[in-house]
Design a protein around this ligand. Structure first.
Ligand code: ADP
Length: 297
């Protein structure tokens, strides 16, 4: 029972008719609905207030988590840089000072420290991006030169993996107004991934062309390929598609995963240039193609 509607007849008035009863019943029904709605509304309001409180708590927790990660990454960078410096000093000592075994061990330490620095920088970069702090420093850039430079920087790793890397361009690629450092990082990430996710002896082809007011770059490999359902998710933050328990990180070794931030950062940089980035693959074992469209204006 949500309520009682009590209707009385005044003395001397004629008795209620059937029509009166129907009318009162209809009124009672409507009143019941209104009362129930009001109660529901009260509940909803309570729920809404709870939700707002939870959202506020979550936002505070998220801020705390972000601050913690920023602090941890910052704090990590200084000791890592010092470690790197000492490794460099030791490794540049005259060759008879250290045994071969010591030199090898030091090189492994040096590479590991380098990787940790990259991870700390990636995390800081991603945090800056999520706080909306991408500032482009644009200048006129010769795109072909820039991509060639990145490919050249990585050629040592391509050789080490016994892979072949080709770079071709078609059409007149004019100078473009972009942030060269950001484009460099995007290309570095795409080519580095192509090297990592392609077996020894595999092939990587980079092509540049002009397509309706944009530069179209394709980084194609004949490596492990990507499942259709993962083609979009690989651009999500921290997505590596691999079980983190079996995570191994390396810069260029076959199939090693990093932080899963490389493509997320690349996508944010591409968005900041009003461009597009996407991946294509016919599936596992069928290689991958990464497309990049950067507007020329
Ligand atoms: P990371 O390389 O640090 O793991 P990325 O954000 O660069 O992170 O890439 C995310 C994931 O996308 C990789 O872990 C991998 O699963 C997949 N991926 C990226 N590039 C390729 C590629 N060329 N071939 C196959 N898979 C790729």
């Amino acid at each position: 029972v949500v309520g009682v509607l009590d209707v009385r007849r005044r003395i001397g008035r004629p008795p209620f008719t059937k029509l009166d009863r129907q009318l009162i019943e209809a009124l009672a029904n409507q009143a019941a609905v209104a009362i129930e709605n009001a109660a529901l509304y009260g509940e909803l309001e309570k729920l809404y207030r709870n939700e707002q409180e939870i959202t506020r708590t979550l936002q505070e927790l998220d801020k705390m988590k972000t601050n913690f990660v920023i602090l941890a990454s910052h704090e990590m960078r200084t000791p890592l840089t010092i470690l790197k410096g000492y490794h460099d000093v030791l490794l540049s000592a005259p060759s008879d000072t250290l045994t071969l075994m010591q030199q090898r061990s030091l090189s492994v330490c040096q590479r590991t420290v380098d990787r940790l620095i990259v991870i700390a920088n990636d995390i800081l970069e991603m945090l800056k991006i999520s706080e909306g702090q991408i500032i482009l420093k644009t200048t006129l850039v010769n795109f072909l030169d820039l991509v060639e430079e990145v490919a050249r920087d990585l050629s040592g790793f391509v050789e080490r993996r016994n892979q072949k890397l080709s770079l071709t361009s078609t059409g007149q690629i004019s100078n473009v107004s972009v942030d060269p450092e950001k484009i460099r990082l995007i290309m570095l990430n795409l080519i580095q991934n192509a090297i990592k996710f392609t077996q020894d002896g595999g092939e990587i082809n980079i092509t540049l062309s002009v397509e309706s007011e944009s530069i179209h770059i394709i980084v194609q490999d004949n490596g492990i390929g990507i499942k259709a359902i993962e083609l979009e998710r690989i651009f999500d933050k921290f997505y590596t598609g691999a079980d983190p328990m079996h995570h191994s990180s390396g810069k260029f070794e076959f199939s090693t995963r990093g932080t899963g931030l490389g493509l997320a950062i690349a996508k944010n940089y591409v968005d900041a240039h009003h461009g597009q980035i996407w991946a294509e693959s016919e599936g596992i074992g069928k290689g991958s193609q990464f497309h990049l469209l950067i507007p020329m204006k």
